[in-house]
Write a protein that binds this ligand. Sequence first.
Ligand code: SME
Length: 156
Amino acid sequence: MAEHLEIAAGNKEEKYRLLYPQIQALVESETDPIANMANVAAVIQETFHFWWTGFYRVVEGVLVLGPFQGPLACTRIRKGKGVCGTAWQENRTQVVPDVDQFPGHIACSSASRSEIVVPVRNADGEVKAVLDIDSAELATFDATDAFWLEKIAALM
Ligand code: SME
């Protein structure tokens, strides 16, 4: 069992190692943030086939749906609301192994069971967007995802 988990974690690490330079190249060659969010959502989704991968941008004091891959989603999230609004308010990555245990979780889809939300910051450290990834399985995300997705967010 432990060995099985180690192999699974290894695969994930390996996928992020391959994905990171691809995203670095994409982001370095384009300055438009929406174009970059669109391609980043696409390559993450192609690599991992999560339920939903996308961005919410801070627009006039509210998170507004940005580029994403997956089923339709809520369009606006207020600061402090749900997992996304909490990541924004606390300026900190949220790893949620079971969305039903997260007070105030916003269920855009009943299929979503676990979630990770990573802040995307400007040079002053202010949150300008969040990267939200949802899984249809429980406990999909861990410190490996947080580490790599934060590195990816830092490129943007
Ligand atoms: N579940 C998120 C809302 C966004 S959707 O899952 C795409 C939340 O609680 O912030």
